[in-house]
Each structure stands twice: as structure tokens, then as C-alpha cells.
Design a protein around this ligand. Structure first.
Ligand SMILES: [Zn+2]
Ligand SMILES: [Zn+2]
Length: 265
């Protein structure tokens, strides 16, 4: 059985309210060994649901941060909560944080402020970051540079170009691919993926979003068990076996989040 990790799944979302534990059990049956769940720090329910879930399954780890969409709600209270979770060793990373100039649900200045502030918290706490970027690659690299952020992390659900990937890898970042990699129209993305060294790669579902091919159109909701479909495509692109891809991405996950991968249950 393949041994895989899902580096990004929003299991706190309402989509999973009915069957959250079964979804995790199903991932376990498929050989998934670990799942990272980002807490949305501006949302008390997200904090509560995620903490309950990670208590229950030892293969689950959490991160916490304000998503760029929520940047307008980022406050000193959020900073306090993030630090409290870090202190209690409930989180292994700060995120997801970043910039999204496609949706602009918070204004670009609000996003930049929240992003830079959270980079500085991560640097202070010595934790890696989980970064979201959409149509914002250049600004993202600039912020990491100007904040002297050296701890590194992961650029999740990668959709930017090779230049951005290169710049971020130079700054200690891993690159994580989602179901987008399986979409027929994502040829350019697959070409970028081919160039990324194995030791910098991660895979994720970004559940409940981005259902991968072949489930696309058939399933309403993505879930961690489907990460294998992303891994299959990435293995093919890198011209290695699924086993090797699984092993290397699991190892990368363990080293980035200082987490020993055993079993999810
Ligand atoms: Zn994201
Ligand atoms: Zn996400």
C-alpha cells in the first residue's frame, strides 16, 4: 500500500460537519499517514473543530493563521491566539497566510499587512509558514525578502510560474501541488512541476476544494483520500514510481514540520 501525506486539507469546514471522523478514517484506509489542517484564526469554530480533530487522530497536525481572504479581520487578538496555540504546541506552522490578488476579498494593502505581520510572528516563534499565492508571486517573494524571513515553509496549491518557484525554493520553501495538476488544461503547471527537485516537492488536496481527475465532476467535495490522484500524476511527470514519490514527499513533510510519520490512527 502506498504511504502518502496530504500537506493541506481544510477539514474544519462545514462540508465535513456530518462525517469528519469517517473522512479521516477513509484516508487511513487508503494509506494516508498524515494530514495537515490549517486553522483559520479569525474563526473560533475553526479553532475548536480542528483542535478536537487533532486530539483524536495522531497523524493529524495543525497550523494557524489568517488567510489572505480574511486579512481585513486580522487583529492583535489573532496574534495572541496564534502565540497561545504555538506555546501549547498545538500547531506546527503558521498558515495559511499569503496574498490573493485574484479574488481580492481583502484589499491588497490589508493582505500585505497581515501577511508580513504573520511572517514576523513565524520568524519569532521559529515555525515554518504555509503560504497561499494567487496572481501575487512577485509581491510574495518581495515580502519574504524584505521581512528577512528565513525559516522557510511551503508554497501551497502552487499555480505560479517557474521564476516564483525558483525564488521561493532559494528562500527555503517547498512547493506543494494540488488537484489542479491533474486538470487537462494545466500543461504549463506540469512543465514547472517537472523542473522542481524531488527534495522540494509536496502533495495536497486542499479539501474540500479542487477535486482531482478522475473524480472531478463526479464528487462534490474533495477529501484527503484522493491525494493519491495528485501523487500519481506527479510521479508520472517526474518519471518515478508512485512508491518513490510517496516516500520522498512523506520525508519532506516530516522534515519541514518536524513531525515523525507513523500512522494516522
Ligand atoms: Zn490556499
Ligand atoms: Zn487552503
Amino acid at each position: 500500500m502506498t504511504s502518502l501525506v496530504d500537506s493541506h486539507a481544510h477539514l474544519d469546514m462545514e462540508d465535513f460537519d456530518e462525517d469528519r471522523s469517517q473522512v479521516v478514517e477513509r484516508a487511513f484506509e487508503q494509506g494516508i499517514k498524515a494530514i495537515l489542517c490549517p486553522i483559520e484564526i479569525t474563526n473560533p469554530q475553526s479553532i475548536e473543530k480542528t483542535l478536537t480533530l487533532i486530539e483524536k487522530f495522531r497523524g493529524l497536525i495543525a497550523a494557524a493563521g489568517a488567510h489572505p481572504h480574511q486579512a481585513k479581520s486580522f487583529s492583535p487578538e489573532c496574534t495572541r491566539k496564534i502565540k497561545e496555540l504555538a506555546e501549547a504546541k498545538k500547531i506546527k506552522a503558521i498558515g495559511e497566510i499569503g496574498l490573493d490578488f485574484y479574488y481580492n476579498l481583502s484589499t491588497p494593502p490589508e493582505q500585505e499587512d497581515a501577511f508580513r505581520h504573520q511572517l514576523s510572528i513565524a520568524q519569532e516563534l521559529g515555525l515554518p509558514v504555509i503560504v497561499h499565492s494567487r496572481n501575487s508571486g512577485k509581491k510574495l517573494v518581495l515580502a519574504v525578502e524584505e521581512e528577512h524571513f528565513s525559516r522557510g515553509g511551503v508554497l501551497h496549491c502552487f499555480t505560479e510560474d517557474w521564476e516564483v518557484a525558483k525564488q521561493m525554493m532559494n528562500r527555503n520553501f517547498f512547493i506543494s501541488f494540488s488537484g489542479i495538476l491533474t486538470f487537462p488544461k494545466a500543461q504549463l503547471l506540469r512543465e514547472v512541476a517537472k523542473k522542481i527537485p524531488l527534495e522540494k516537492l509536496l502533495v495536497e488536496t486542499d479539501s474540500p476544494y479542487l477535486v482531482p481527475v478522475p473524480f472531478r465532476g463526479l464528487k462534490k467535495r474533495n477529501e484527503p483520500a484522493y491525494v493519491v490522484e495528485v501523487a500519481k500524476v506527479l510521479a508520472e511527470i517526474k518519471d518515478i514510481s508512485l512508491e518513490e514519490l510517496s516516500e520522498v514527499t512523506s520525508r519532506n513533510f516530516g522534515s519541514l514540520f518536524s513531525f515523525e510519520i507513523k500512522n494516522l490512527r
